[in-house]
Design a protein around this ligand. Sequence first.
Ligand SMILES: Nc1ncnc2c1ncn2[C@@H]1O[C@H](COP(=O)(O)OP(=O)(O)O)[C@@H](O)[C@H]1O
Ligand SMILES: [Mg+2]
Length: 304
Amino acid sequence: MADGQIVVSGLTKLYKNVRAVDNLSFTVAPGRVTGFLGPNGAGKTTTLRMMLNLVKPTAGEATIGGHRYADLTDPLRHVGAVLEASSAHKGRTGVNHLRVICAAAGFPRQRADEALALVGLTPAAKRKFKGYSLGMRQRLGIAAAMLGDPRVLILDEPANGLDPEGIRWMRDLLKSLASQGRTVLVSSHLLSEMQLLADDLVIIAAGKLVRQGTVSQVMDSMAHTAQVRVRTPQATELVSALKSTESATVTPNGDGVLLVTGVDAPTVGRAALKAGVELHELTTERPDLERVFLELTAGKAAIR
Ligand SMILES: Nc1ncnc2c1ncn2[C@@H]1O[C@H](COP(=O)(O)OP(=O)(O)O)[C@@H](O)[C@H]1O
Ligand SMILES: [Mg+2]
């Protein structure tokens, strides 16, 4: 596999009455963490499962390093996957679970210990899986995915059910794996999580691509939703002054506060100066990602 780029082109999955994934195309670059974002039911899991040859696409294809997953010889050495509800034999210890996978895949036995160390599970290596907390199970799932030292790591909502410390641990691990040049694709329905973790974002809703780019490109693409917050004891005068700038939309927010969209803060300031209006506050409020995300995906949840 030349590099770990993932290319999704025209990927489509139709279930009986749902277009789970709808002509979806995007790329995922090596050396970066890509957040695959969408509300519940957006088609994230279906897309990831099609990449991994676990679900057959209705149309389109996904390639990893130029090959379809099904055509990879020794896929576990190229692609590690952590899917939802990863599981292990309940009575087996963590280290034995990994050794079984090593034996089946032809990996050296010590990879099990190395992978456990990577995810910080060495102290729990000899405990039985049934006694593992959710966070420990997630760590073991990542350890299993890393056994083949893959260039590409695909994780489906790995932060689900983790406590804040577990989430921070996961974030640091995934960032460091990406900094080693690996491709890290991680799905989530929470934008706040991806804001801290991802370099790039792919946002989908109802199976369709909504946005793709770096986190800041996605933000900038929504920059027109930035609003200016202005506070004045002469709200009425300012509102009529702003009415003369054709593109401003003004929403009074009580207590002399006006929220202005469609113009930038300097324009509001100049209008106020010209009208002799006293200002007590003038701030540009950039939309946070969560708001951007909700606006982008609002009302687009797939029919269930
Ligand atoms: N095996 C299936 N049979 C029928 N519908 C499915 C199946 N798997 C997923 N879906 C539907 O496809 C849509 C996308 O689901 P999914 O890929 O799980 O979304 P996400 O992972 O983003 O929450 C949903 O409407 C879901 O109900
Ligand atoms: Mg899912």
